[in-house]
Design a protein around this ligand. Structure first.
Ligand SMILES: [Fe+2]
Length: 299
């Protein structure tokens, strides 16, 4: 059965591209790619870009790009989506070329951004991404596992979980349901793709001014998490959650605000799921230590 292989890219509409360029290169340590008309491409590896920052007033996630593997698998996946009644459309050759892929389809997410499904990412280079020299380690965990994860905020929790599982076809990883106050729960459900990064997408329903709660990128070297946290504090970037650790994906991480006002989690040590031994659990805390909260993820 054809299914999503990994989250290969995201597109963000941002009001301050210069701030994003500085944040990406000098706080996170990403490479800066060649830019198409007015956009900033952020690099994590040999791909021309993994995060595309386009000019726009939205300051939010606009597209999530999923690698389907082979051309045949992409066709099978699109046919399966259509059989479920999803209005999936083929994008133009020009749009596909702009995404550096050979074939591209799109589907609207219920909360207002667009999922893209592709085969054949092109323009790959062997320069490792020209990452910023501020990194201590060997860059980011990407390859078959994709760029990391996103947490879009759904409006109706049950419907959101159903849509990501039954329409997109993501695999259930686990769930966290933490009692924040008597009878008040923070609840999130986590999903993985065929290649097994603990989650490529998680969702929850809570008040949020943005579609995207946060994007997560994973360093290969644990020290780069702490070094990035130090750089962010020195630059007076708002730290949303201090260094800490999640019980489900085992990620050591911290969260800060991006120039667009949504969060970014920078982490290390995330679990890759082995389907043969994975036993989904429901956890009762979002973090087993740390992640002390200084502010809301999104205002
Ligand atoms: Fe996360």
């Amino acid at each position: 059965m054809a299914e999503l292989q990994n989250l290969a890219y995201v597109v963000v509409a941002a009001s301050d591209l210069a701030a994003w360029r500085d944040f990406a290169a000098n706080i996170i340590g990403l490479g800066i790619g060649d830019t198409d008309a007015g956009a900033v491409g952020l690099r994590m590896d040999g791909h021309p870009w993994r995060i595309l920052i386009e000019p726009g007033a939205d300051d939010d996630l606009t597209h999530a790009g999923w690698d389907l593997g082979t051309a045949g698998d992409l066709e099978d996946y699109v046919a399966a989506l259509r059989a479920k009644g999803a209005d999936v459309r083929e994008e133009s050759a020009e749009r596909a070329a702009a995404r550096h892929v050979t074939r591209l389809f799109s589907l609207a997410d219920p909360i207002g951004f667009t999922h893209e499904f592709f085969t054949g990412r092109t323009g790959l280079r062997d320069d490792g991404g020209n990452l910023s020299p501020i990194l201590r380690g060997q860059g980011f965990v990407t390859s078959d596992l994709g760029i990391g994860h996103i947490l879009p905020v759904c409006k109706d929790y049950e419907e959101g979980v159903r849509w990501y599982r039954d329409v997109l076809g993501l695999r259930y990883s686990d769930r966290i349901r933490q009692e924040m106050a008597p009878g008040i729960y923070a609840d999130a459900t986590f999903f993985h793709t065929a290649t097994g990064r603990h989650h490529s997408l998680a969702t929850g329903a809570f008040p949020s001014a943005k579609r995207l709660n946060h994007l997560m990128l994973e360093y290969r070297d644990m020290n780069d998490v702490g070094l990035a946290c130090d750089r962010a504090k020195k630059a007076a970037i708002p730290i949303v959650l201090e260094l800490g650790h999640h019980p489900n994906d085992q990620m050591f991480s911290f969260y800060m605000r991006t120039p667009s006002g949504f969060g970014i989690e920078l982490g290390h040590g995330g679990v890759v799921i082995d389907e043969a031994t994975w036993a989904p659990q429901i956890y009762d805390v979002m973090s087993d230590w740390g992640h002390v909260r200084n502010m809301a993820m999104v205002d």
